[in-house]
Design a protein around this ligand. Structure first.
Ligand code: LLP
Length: 396
């Protein structure tokens, strides 16, 4: 069903994806490794002369090729499961640069972390502190921990990805922090190394980060006066990207973001500032490449039906998220309005509603952009559809 498979000149940077589609079955994830490297290089430059340490949140994309590339830049890893700890070690991340977060760490996962000697457990509750202490004692080790504080800051993002407000399950409420720190200091197999925060994801308004800096400054001051010195301050991740204009803004606002912390957070000479960025590192470098199977007309709508579905890219169905959908091979001048949908038997299997695209026909190739974060890593085999393969473009 392939039509003329020449790319539209304005999508030239996706030419390797069009070439790949001549040899491999669609859908597939296309990764622009050059853009990934550029993003990592920018992060490296912006953090080089500061005590800033970036950890990549592997949950955003755990693809082995991607994480091995990221590990080469000396970046650390932010992990949320035993599976991720093993994958990070295999990809070459140094255990000392691994942080382990999550509200439900199980005994085997804690043991795995201790066996590797990971840098820090970000602890989310008192029962978890007790269990890590007990297991570390059994293994004759000391666990370095940071307490995850819920700072009660609204990150102004989708409610499914807001994590720093008082009514969600994450972290320890700031009003009981004193008591929890007391308890930690009495547990012999724990070393309290810092405080951890994470206020949400896909944050594009920088004001919540300034508020976070104020809270952090206040806590550092208060505890320093009582003789408690935190070596690590971890401000989590969450920096958003521009899903609406992937071509105009291929890189996130990294400079503005790091400057907020440089200017507002009063880091002490003995402290390191940790960041846990996921989406900002990988989202833009990925696209899901799919082929139009049918174009169908109902009374009021035209549907473009793709061979990719919500199982390959669930964000629109789950969060109502927007991803730019581009017909990259149509040569038509005329445009039409389409609902671009997948083949899965669920009404929510829609990528975008009422989307204006050039006249689209069976066989055209479509790119669903900004698919490098939380797409492959959230893919499922629902409807017994295989997980799509990946194609990596390393530049010329
Ligand atoms: N640190 C912690 C403790 C986190 O929970 C997360 C993400 C991150 C760092 C990385 O956040 P990022 O920099 O990627 O925003 N599946 C959702 C996003 C869930 C984020 C969960 N936590 C989505 O597709 O939008």
């Amino acid at each position: 069903m392939e039509r003329d498979q020449n790319i539209m000149p304005k999508f030239n940077y996706l030419r390797p994806a069009v070439d790949a589609a001549k040899q491999m079955r669609t859908p597939f994830y296309f990764y622009d490794m050059e853009l990934l490297r550029k993003t990592l290089e920018t992060i490296k430059q912006l953090t080089a002369d500061r005590r800033f340490k970036v950890h990549y949140a592997i949950k955003a994309n755990g693809n082995p090729q991607i994480i091995s590339e990221i590990a080469k830049y000396g970046i650390g890893a932010d992990l949320v499961s035993g599976g991720e700890i093993n994958a990070a070690a295999k990809a070459g991340f140094a255990p000392a640069n691994m942080n382990f977060s999550g509200v439900g760490k199980t005994d085997w996962e804690i043991r795995t972390g201790l066996e590797y000697g990971i840098g820090c457990f970000n602890v989310e509750s008192v029962p978890e502190l007790e269990v890590i202490n007990e297991i570390a004692g059994e293994m004759e080790k000391t666990a370095r921990i940071a307490i995850r504080v819920n700072p009660d800051i609204d990150a102004h993002t989708h409610h499914y990805v807001t994590t720093g407000t008082a009514d969600n399950k994450f972290g320890i409420n700031i009003d009981i922090l004193d008591q929890v720190i007391e308890q930690t200091l009495n547990l012999p197999h724990l070393h309290l190394s810092g405080l951890h925060f994470h206020i949400g994801s896909q944050i594009t308004d920088m004001q919540p980060y300034s508020m976070l800096c104020e809270t952090v400054n206040r806590l550092i001051d208060e505890y320093e006066q009582r003789g408690i010195h935190f070596e690590i301050i971890n401000v989590g991740g969450g920096l958003g990207i521009d899903y609406h204009h992937p071509d105009e803004h291929p890189l996130p606002e990294l400079e503005t973001y790091f400057n907020i912390f440089k200017e507002n957070l009063h880091l002490r000479p003995y402290q390191e500032l940790h960041f846990e960025l996921g989406r900002a590192i990988v989202a833009s470098c990925g696209s899901l490449i799919s082929r139009v199977v049918y174009v169908k007309e109902n009374r009021n709508k035209q549907f473009v039906i793709l061979d990719a579905g919500m199982n390959d890219l669930i964000r629109p169905a789950l969060y109502n998220a927007y991803h730019e959908v581009q017909n990259i091979t149509s040569r038509e001048q005329k445009t039409e309005k389409y609902d671009v949908v997948g083949p899965v038997c669920e009404s929510s299997d829609v990528f975008v509603h009422d989307h204006v695209m050039p006249l689209t026909r069976r066989g055209d190739l479509v790119a669903i952009r900004s698919a490098g974060a939380y797409c492959e890593s959230m893919a499922s085999t629902y409807n017994m559809r295989p997980i799509p393969p990946s194609f990596y473009h390393f530049g010329i």
